[in-house]
Each structure stands twice: as C-alpha cells, then as structure tokens.
Ligand binder design. Structure first.
Ligand code: G3P
Ligand code: CA
Length: 256
C-alpha cells in the first residue's frame, strides 16, 4: 500500500539530538545531552572547536557571547579561561551552573549510557586551526577505540570539504557527512557516503533527497523540529533526522 514505505521509514529513522535536547536545555551542556539520552536519541550532535591550549570543546559559535555570560573568541582562550563562564544561565535561571563541555567528557557520557548512543561530531573553524582540530579529534577517538568506524558509533560532519578530506586521511573508516546549506547539487566527495542538507533546502526542493539517494548517498536532514517537517522527511525516506527536540520527534515517529 501507499503507507508501507513511510511506516517502514518511520520505524527505522535515526534521531540525532542537535546540541543535545537543546530546545529546552542550554545547548552543548551535559544537562542537555543527558536529557537527550533519556529522551531516546540514537546519537548526540555536537560542534567542536579548539581552545588556545589545544583542548576540544563543544561550542557552536566562534565566540561565547550567545551561550554564556562571558566574552571572547573560543580559539583565543584557554580551557581554564572558558571554565570561568556560565554556559547555562542564558537559557533560564534554573540552568545556571553549566560549564563549558569538553568533547572528551561528552564522549565519556555517551559511552556510559545504558544503551549504545552515537556521536555526530561537526568540526567548526576548519581553516584557522589548520588541521590541528581534526588531528586532536582523531587522537581522542583513537584513545577510546572509536576511530575505525567499525561499530558505526561515531560519524564526523562538516560544511568544509577540506576538513572532511583531512579527517578521511587520518581515519578512513569513519563515516563522513558532507553538510549542505545552499547548493542544490553538492559536489560528492569521493569518500563521503552521506549528505546532510538543511530542512530549508529540503522544503524548497524535496526532490533533492531522491537525487542524493540515487547517487548512493545516505541522507540526514537538520534541524527538523516541526511535525510537518518530520512527516516530510519520513515521506522522502530520509535515514536520519537531526533535531533540537528528540523526545517529540521520537514520539511522532513511534505514532506513525
Ligand atoms: O547538524 C548539522 C547542523 O548542526 C549544521 O548547522 O549551524 O547548527 O552547526 P549548525
Ligand atoms: Ca552543528
């Protein structure tokens, strides 16, 4: 019947928590990621940046102004300097007390969950860090036995083809997701089996998903928070939905 493919897709769609359960909790904090795990997310999305002293931290923006009570550029500060800021209060008084999250601590949190929880790691700032960011990411993944991609637990994502190329050289087994914001026909890196268009692009051009799949790419769409967009993704056969609202999306998929 006409509904069968949708039902099948709904039951197998992976739900990835974008910056944690970040609709209700301060993004990229332990609190937001713990909630995402409790909400049934299959994997946790995070953006990583390198501090001045070479630590990988989970921060989306170039600066800390939007998501903390501090000021300054992440890459110009040490981890210790970043620890002085509050990363929760901007979302509401009840969230006050959250500290900047080290990628390594997020990794430990995912590994400590009582079921397999994946990580979808997006590298930010690829040009300025000159490859150091990717090297540090792969070093950490190797330390935890996660760099060969064997269990499909970690995937790396970037808008930068250069960053993905560097990651592929360092860890060829890791699934690499090429993120697409505007391009209707994204170049296909020879190594990436995955494409990540934004939901705005998919809304404007729903046929894009089929074209990407026809090229053999698996499709994950970000950031899908509205029920009608979840429905559209399922109808189009999108494999992975990246959302700020993992519980709501999970419940909608289960009810389909
Ligand atoms: O999951 C991909 C998505 O996070 C890319 O956009 O700006 O939220 O990092 P951004
Ligand atoms: Ca991101």
């Amino acid at each position: 019947t006409a509904t069968t493919p949708s039902l099948r897709t709904a039951r197998t769609t992976r739900v990835v928590a974008h910056r944690g359960a970040s609709h209700e909790h301060p993004e990229h904090t332990l609190e937001a990621y713990r909630k995402a795990i409790a909400d049934g997310a299959d994997a946790l999305e995070c953006d990583v940046r390198l501090t001045r002293d070479g630590r990988l931290v989970c921060v989306h923006d170039r600066t800390v102004e939007r998501t903390s009570d501090g000021r300054g550029v992440v890459s110009a500060m040490t981890y210790e300097e970043l620890c002085a800021f509050d990363f929760g209060g901007w979302k509401g008084e009840e969230h006050r007390g959250a500290r900047v999250l080290l990628f390594e601590d997020l990794l430990k949190e995912a590994l400590a969950a009582d079921r397999p929880v994946g990580l979808a790691v997006e590298t930010k700032h690829p040009t300025r860090a000159g490859g150091r960011l990717e090297a540090e990411l792969v070093r950490l993944l190797k330390e935890y036995g996660l760099a060969d991609g064997a269990d499909g637990r970690v995937e790396v994502m970037s808008f930068s083809r250069n960053a993905l190329t560097r990651l592929h050289r360092l860890a060829p087994g890791l699934p690499a997701v090429y993120l697409v914001e505007r391009a209707v026909r994204p170049p296909r890196p020879p190594f990436a089996g995955h494409a990540g268009p934004g939901i705005d692009l998919v809304r404007r051009d729903p046929g894009l998903v089929g074209r990407l799949r026809a090229k053999g790419l698996r499709v994950r769409v970000w950031t899908v928070d509205e029920p009608e967009d979840v429905e559209l993704c399922v109808r189009l056969g999108v494999e992975t939905i990246i959302t700020n609202r993992p519980r709501q999306v999970r419940e909608q998929l289960e009810a389909m």
